[in-house]
Design a protein around this ligand. Structure first.
Ligand code: AMP
Ligand code: ZN
Length: 132
């Protein structure tokens, strides 16, 4: 059984801050910022793409509720809501979860990216490939 299934089953402890019938939210033990919380369905799904539509909708709503809770209790108004989907995207626990990361000041969480330059032709080809 995976580590988040064990947490959902209360086989290992967690600092749970929110719970309902289908979801649990608990403090990340290696927080990026104070209050960094993980929103996890009690049922095991490997990643975002494995969710059914109802669970996907519910997940974002629970993340929203958790952000509102942290806003009230930790006096923070900004958040990064993150999902790492797949190994190459940085997912290390293969039980779907959403990171709710309070942002207290600019730079608390920085995505260090270099944007690509695509020509109009590149965009047209890409767009066609995706929509056709
Ligand atoms: P990800 O890299 O998106 O798969 O995120 C996994 C997260 O789970 C990391 O931020 C870890 O710090 C966190 N984590 C792993 N084990 C535990 C645990 N037992 N309790 C709380 N957080 C955990
Ligand atoms: Zn699991």
């Amino acid at each position: 059984m995976c580590i988040f299934c064990k947490i959902a089953n209360k086989e290992i402890p967690s600092y749970t801050v929110y719970e309902d019938d289908n979801f649990l939210a608990f403090l990340d033990l290696s927080p990026i910022t104070v209050g960094h919380t993980l929103v996890v369905p009690k049922k095991h799904y490997a990643n975002l793409l494995e969710l059914d539509e109802a669970t996907a909708k519910e997940a974002l709503n629970v993340a929203r509720k958790v952000a509102l809770l942290l806003k009230e209790k930790l006096n923070v108004s900004d958040f990064n809501i993150v999902n790492n989907c797949g190994e190459n995207a940085g997912q290390s626990v293969h039980h779907f979860h959403i990171h709710v990361i309070p942002i207290y000041k600019k730079g608390d969480l920085e995505f260090k990216v270099q944007t690509k330059k695509l020509s109009d032709e590149d965009f047209k080809k890409l767009h066609t490939k995706i929509i056709k």
